[in-house]
Design a protein around this ligand. Sequence first.
Ligand code: ADP
Ligand code: ADP
Length: 229
Amino acid sequence: QPIFSAHDVSKVYRSGEVEVWALRGVDLDLFEGEMAVLLGPSGSGKSTLLNIMGGLDRASAGTVRFADQELTDYPDSRLTRFRRDHVGFVFQFYNLIPSLTAWENVALVTEISRDPMPPEEALSLVGLDKRMDHFPSQLSGGEQQRVAIARAIAKRPQVLLCDEPTGALDSKTGILVLEALDRINREFGTTTAVITHNAGIREIAHRVFTFQDGGITQMHVNERRIRPQ
Ligand code: ADP
Ligand code: ADP
């Protein structure tokens, strides 16, 4: 059962006379509980699709559905509410508040969520139970990214969208971050889509989608992981 369906989605950016087609009629279904990976060269449209799915941006054409909600025509206020209630985002840069501890950074989000997990539970899921009182400057890049993941999952989102979460990390540290995402996906069945170049992702993904010039040109199923239906 797909929880997310992007159908025939196009995105064109215009500035003056110049048009950039970031997406050209893309179809992508995500099954509930699956770990999907988006691969492809820089500029091929991965971030644009992730942002449209998460309600950060709008398609120029096509439709996007989440469960029984048709997001395409939502007014901004409703799209914002959808995003806040259902979607967790992780980006390349962690955007932690430097003057707050790891615990406090996560608590900022849980205080305004409907059914959050305690910050210490989210931090312990990403292996940071011993670092809760540390400030971002006292943590390594990989640890800061895991705080950002804890912050994203603490509101128990139905879907987790990660745009190059390993992009600023060396490959070994990146694997620790991917392992944290894998654990969350297995433990909570959180539907997850990840843009990453880290080769370790091939082990944990259910499906890998390859982008090229604003389209999906290849889909690979990982036979070693049973995909949720
Ligand atoms: P990535 O390759 O990691 O997706 P980019 O550097 O392409 O990152 O994009 C970073 C941000 O800048 C994104 O939010 C994207 O929407 C925006 N962006 C990318 N290209 C352009 C552009 N030509 N003009 C304006 N904004 C852009
Ligand atoms: P990827 O994530 O695969 O690196 P993006 O989705 O960031 O690719 O970008 C796809 C294309 O759209 C690129 O040509 C990029 O420069 C362009 N683009 C992305 N965001 C913007 C923006 N805000 N304004 C103008 N062009 C953009």
